[in-house]
Design a protein around this ligand. Structure first.
Ligand code: ADP
Ligand code: MG
Length: 240
């Protein structure tokens, strides 16, 4: 579903992605962990073309990433993204936040988009908030709306970049539970998170990144109990 082949990216002199090779199969849940600055966000942003890459290839469901235009908009719809900061449209209602993409990008009829949005808001447990503005919701609720908004585009893969790190502790689980549910339903997911509980519960594979490289990959069980590299051991020692 997602394929990166020899992907390289520089920010000036900084080689932020170093020859990244990664294959994510349909329905697979991959958790990406690693120290701050290791290139995790850049990797996510490259996958949905918020960042360009210098060389290599990124394929989504077998299609090469187009550079721009309509084809890129279509591909972006295939790749849903949820960020650390919820990024909802502040002056639009929760319902409008979710219907906007399907109407504007997919040309969906208002009534159909509304029906879809309400079913997704129901699914993430915030249907009763649909007429409110984002600021009237808690952080956990807003992040669940952000997930519903991404799902409204019927993506083939969902990227999550530290989706719970801006949340108060008591709201983290409501968002993680929504993500676990999504994983169970068979969504292909790439999740940058340091939430080991989520990784153990939902991940098929953990990827450990450091200094722009994939240093290690293993099942969560294997990775957390028996990390191979010193970098991973050192990192786990700090966060566990
Ligand atoms: P992570 O998400 O693992 O913390 P990032 O992908 O955000 O890491 O960043 C990797 C490195 O690239 C960091 O050193 C960061 O400062 C740098 N970086 C990220 N975005 C930019 C940018 N737009 N311009 C220059 N440097 C950047
Ligand atoms: Mg990051």
């Amino acid at each position: 579903m997602v394929s990166l082949k020899n992907v390289n990216k520089h920010f000036g002199a900084l080689h932020v992605l170093q020859d990244i090779n990664l294959e994510v199969t349909k329905g697979e849940v991959v958790v990406v962990i690693g120290p701050s600055g290791s290139g995790k966000s850049t990797l996510c942003r490259a996958i949905n073309r918020l960042e360009t890459i210098d060389d290599g290839e990124i394929l989504i469901d077998g299609n090469k990433l187009p550079a721009e235009g309509k084809a890129l908009a279509k591909l972006r719809a295939d790749v849903g993204m949820v960020f650390q900061s919820f990024n909802l449209f502040a002056h639009k209602s929760i319902l409008e936040n979710v219907t906007l993409g399907p109407i504007k990008v997919k040309g969906m009829k208002q009534s159909e988009a509304k029906e879809l949005a309400m079913s997704l808001l129901e699914r993430v447990g915030v249907a009763n908030q649909s007429q409110k503005l984002p600021a009237q919701l808690s952080g956990g609720q807003q992040q669940r709306v952000a997930i519903a908004r991404a799902l409204a585009m019927r993506p083939k893969v969902m990227l999550f970049d530290e989706p719970t790190s801006a949340l108060d502790p008591e709201m983290i689980n409501e968002v993680l539970d929504t993500m676990v549910q999504l994983a169970k339903e068979g969504m292909t997911m790439i999740v940058v998170t340091h939430e080991m509980g989520f990784a153990r519960k939902a991940a098929d594979r953990v990827i450990f990144m450091a200094d722009g490289k994939i240093v290690e990959q293993a099942t969560p069980e294997e990775f957390f109990t028996n990390p191979k590299s010193d970098r991973a051991k050192d990192f786990l020692g700090k966060i566990l």
